[in-house]
Design a binder for this molecule. Sequence first.
Ligand code: SF4
Length: 326
Amino acid sequence: MPPLLKLDDVYAQYITRYGTVYAVNGVSLEIGEGEILGIVGESGCGKSTLARVMMMNVKPPLHLVRGRVLLQGVELNRLPRDRLKREVWGKQVSLVPQSVMNALNPTMRVRDIIRDFVKVHNPELDDDEVYSMARDRFEELGLDIRALDLYPFELSGGMRQRVAIAIATLLNPKLLIADEPTSALDVSTQKVVLKLLKRLWNEGIVKSIVFITHDIAVVRQIATRIAVMYAGKIVEVGPLEEVIFKPLHPYTELLISSILTPEPEVKKRGLVEIRGAPPDLRTPPRGCPFAERCPYATDRCRREEPRPVVIGSRLIYCHLRGGGAA
Ligand code: SF4
């Protein structure tokens, strides 16, 4: 069975008259049916651009300059934007964007936002059918149906986030991409949002989730597998517990050691700071992108980009693990 979504050697760049930003650089990744993939990395590493590429919501100044995006074997990168809008977005792949407030039209009540969203895909439904569908889904997810009559600004931050997730999954897309869905929320509201996502997944309303975050402690609570991103590249992928407890890439190791976590195995490694800053993606470095910050970097690391190395069910891009010249 092909993976639900497959990125094959994808390069995406913002091309402007002021220069090019190399936001996604050679990412290959598979998302299987039934998994929650956490994508984690510092801000500015290309995570949100990768989310847009995953559903081929790519328009200037962003360009897909190389690679393929396959949804169950269908090349999304070959479909025109109007077909993607009609047949793919919302129906097969849905995105909860980082800025929910901007995504929900502030001048419309939630019920009208839902009506417009559903009718793009199901123009044959009348308003009453759409509202009844929305009411049923809100009840199923334990959301207060009174929110349907409110404007987005009348909702609390947590409720707004949950409403955005409910709308994004109203048509039961196979894949939900949630971009930093908990970053602006306090810890207890974060838990409520994570619970909602888990519920959608457990009940089969969505088959798989891509959960994007800068916070490895949050991803720990929901993901089944984790991909660590740095400077537009994936540097390590593997099952969540393995990556957390035995990171094989130096960046993953430092990322985990830089957070406070209740896990004693992680805690005993001590809290460390990742010195330096990520490279400027307008001028990405040669060789390994982490070389300037890596405590193990050698001349070879600065010269040669590491190739992927498979170790068990993990994939690591690091010379320390045997990644030869690209
Ligand atoms: Fe560090 Fe070299 Fe591995 Fe890059 S390739 S992470 S610089 S050891």
